[in-house]
Design a protein around this ligand. Structure first.
Ligand SMILES: Nc1nc2c(ncn2[C@@H]2O[C@H](COP(=O)(O)OP(=O)(O)OP(=O)(O)O)[C@@H](O)[C@H]2O)c(=O)[nH]1
Ligand SMILES: [Mg+2]
Ligand SMILES: [Zn+2]
Length: 317
């Protein structure tokens, strides 16, 4: 029996079978995939083989080869890694300039990971209805940076989107963000409280999953979503809502490799004097020249350096 993992809470999995039924399944404690050390051997998006025992319980016995996956280390101090999802067409990173604020380091680490795993990514700035003048200026600034690199950028209000979609669903799914999502399986990720579940509910026009509040004291989310789940908008359009994540420790990057995953830095590096330039101390570095001439955003360079430091520390591997 084969199926698709559509829900993962860590120990139990929801599996969509070929006959359209969903069953709960488990993995044996010692189930491991060669080469990947992660807290979850199976992730949403995985195609799996199942065995049903006479007592009616379902056990995952094998995972079909993955087209791709996105893996994250919870923090740089942690050896634990977590597969966010497998076999996705697109990563939609939901971020906010405020309420709560998503850091550019987080954005850049996430985008670099998407590059490393060769999964296309798009940035969605949410909660525009809450932005004041400064927030809007910040949004415009960041939008320029990321569009210039080549990432599609959208600015939305997930709460207002619900009305817009209710009024004209077809129009939404035939242009902009809606069109981009159509026909794809999209992993929705971001910090807690940025509105992932709210966006998901708006896309469906009904409450599919619980949303939380933002703590007044810390202006942060409360980690409301505790499991990952794939929801089908149409038979060929799916969105995966995931629990909010904090830091983004990266993985398996060699020092010389880090620059490859920053598309802007990679492009500039073609003009560096040394082809193994790490863009730190070397003479004739085109990346640092671009930084000085304001052709490279300081925040991007800072994020690059933070990843370079991770890979230098190396001891976590
Ligand atoms: N004003 C405004 N509030 C929003 C918007 N999107 C989400 N929110 C609010 O932000 C809070 C958190 O939203 P959630 O959808 O639960 O956030 P999440 O990203 O799923 O959070 P986790 O599940 O904890 O990762 C809720 O109170 C939402 O109503 C928006 O566009 N505008
Ligand atoms: Mg949520
Ligand atoms: Zn250089």
């Amino acid at each position: 029996m084969f199926g698709l993992i559509i829900k993962s809470s860590g120990s139990a999995f929801g599996v969509l079978l070929e006959n359209g039924n969903t069953v709960e399944a488990h993995v044996k404690g010692n189930f491991r995939i060669k080469g990947i050390r992660s807290t979850n051997p199976v992730a949403v998006g995985d195609r799996v083989e199942l065995e049903q025992l006479p007592d009616g319980t379902n056990w995952i016995t094998a995972i079909c080869d993955r087209r791709n996956y996105i893996i994250r280390r919870s923090t740089n101090l942690s050896k634990q890694s977590h597969i966010l999802a497998a076999n996705v067409d697109l990563v939609a990173l939901l971020v906010t300039v405020n309420h709560p604020k998503t850091s550019t380091t987080f954005i850049d680490r996430f985008l670099a990971t998407c590059e490393a795993y060769r999964v296309p990514a798009v940035l969605i700035f949410n909660k525009t209805d809450l932005y004041d003048e400064d927030d809007r200026a910040e949004l415009d600034y960041l939008r320029l940076i990321y569009e210039d690199i080549g990432y599609p950028v959208f600015a939305i209000s997930a709460t207002h989107l619900a009305e817009q979609i209710a009024q004209d669903k077809d129009a939404f799914f035939h242009s902009g963000l809606g069109q981009l999502l159509s026909g794809k399986t999209t992993l929705l990720s971001g910090n807690s409280g940025v509105g992932k579940s709210t966006l998901l509910n708006s896309l469906f026009g009904e409450q599919k999953t619980r949303t939380g509040i933002i703590s007044n004291a810390h202006d942060r989310g409360m980690h409301t979503t505790t499991f990952s789940q794939m929801y089908f908008l149409t038979p060929d359009t799916a969105v995966i809502d995931t629990p909010g994540i904090k830091g983004f420790g990266t993985f398996d990057m060699q020092r010389e490799e880090v620059g490859h995953y920053f598309k802007d830095i990679f492009r500039l590096s073609a003009q560096c004097r040394f082809n193994n330039c790490t863009h730190t101390e070397e003479p004739g570095c085109a990346v640092r020249a671009a930084l000085e001439n304001a052709r490279l955003a300081p925040s991007r360079y800072d994020s690059y350096l933070s990843l370079l430091n991770d890979s230098t520390e190396n001891k976590y591997r």
